[in-house]
Design a protein. Structure first.
Length: 324
């Protein structure tokens, strides 16, 4: 007769618990979903993924056709993070969101423009004209600031609210007299003889692109913020070390030639890691002053309908501060 070895049930309990805990630890957390539209200043994220400084399993780059769609997806929880202009971030806060700025991606120094057909020579010529512009995005802000230069308001023109992917066709088909746009559309229209009536170099520091994360997500996953931060600056370093190779890769998604893409970067200022610390990490972040100015302009122009508190934008989890 065979002898059956009897093992007490309580022998297995610690073993089962250990196996369960190991399984839990091995469960991979969902990737940070990052939304953005086509814009040269966002391309280093794709470069970071290309060179391996951002793990594709941990960071999912989600492309949208325009900035309004990005903001909408960020609001409804489809995204944990988004690439937005600072004014667009204010709109999300006005709607009750609580984002945190993780990175200053770029400052527009001429890349955002108001372009017109050649017969319109200056901003005063926009009176009564149809102007294509994105709604609830940086375009409305750019149009407001441009019109102020000519002592005009949006009541003096006919805004035609179109997403960025419709601007080129609207201009070429002469459905509008002018467009408030940016690259890659800017480069194509300038090649067709469009007149640059106004661009972001005339309002320095006011058009800033930032990387924002939902506060509740970042507090639960500060390590993701640290990895994103490192991956971004690794991409910027690669751009410095291999400028042609980097530009050639980044131009593809923008549907631009390498030279066109390199030229488009001339309209942007991308802060390095040291400058980023000054903008976000000092006791009084330099970007905070820019944000206050922008907030005032938007209130006075009627683009914001309630007061928002700006300080929370600059408060990162302690783990993130150490990581930076």
């Amino acid at each position: 007769m065979k002898t059956v070895l009897q093992i007490p049930v309580n022998f297995f309990i610690p073993l089962l618990i250990g196996v369960a805990l190991t399984a839990c630890n091995n469960v991979q957390q969902p990737p940070m979903r990052i939304g953005m539209n086509i814009w040269p200043g966002y391309e280093p994220l794709f470069l970071a993924r290309h060179i391996g400084s951002l793990n594709e399993e941990e960071f999912r780059l989600v492309e949208f056709s325009n900035a309004s769609e990005v903001g909408r997806a960020f609001r409804n929880g489809t995204l944990e993070a988004a690439c937005l202009t600072l004014d667009e971030v204010f709109y999300t806060m006005q709607d009750g969101m609580d984002p945190v700025i993780l990175l200053v991606m770029d400052e527009s120094c001429g890349a955002d423009v108001v372009l017109s057909h050649p017969e319109i020579k200056d901003l005063t010529g926009l009176r009564g004209k149809k102007i294509a512009v994105e709604v609830s995005a940086v375009g409305v802000y750019m149009l407001t600031r441009a019109l102020q230069q000519a002592n005009l308001t949006t009541k003096d023109v006919i805004p035609v609210y179109l997403p960025i992917d419709k601007h080129l066709a609207a201009y070429e088909d002469k459905l509008v007299d002018a467009v408030v746009t940016f690259d890659p559309v800017r480069t194509r229209l300038m090649a067709q003889g469009a007149v640059d009536l106004f661009n972001s170099s005339r309002i320095p520091g006011e058009i800033v692109d930032v990387f924002v994360v939902r506060r509740d997500y970042l507090e639960k996953h500060p390590d993701q913020g640290v990895k994103l931060h490192r991956g971004w600056f690794a991409a910027l370093k690669h751009m410095q070390q291999s400028p042609f190779e980097a530009a050639k890769f980044m131009a593809i998604r923008e549907h631009m030639s390498t030279e066109e893409f390199k030229h488009s970067l001339g309209g942007l200022h991308i802060p390095d890691e040291q400058e980023s610390k000054m903008l976000l990490g000092t006791p009084v972040p330099k970007l905070f002053e820019t944000a206050k100015k922008l907030n005032t302009v938007m209130h006075e122009s009627g683009l914001l309908n309630r007061d928002i508190s700006l300080k929370p934008l600059f408060i990162l989890p302690e783990e993130m501060k150490v990581g930076q």
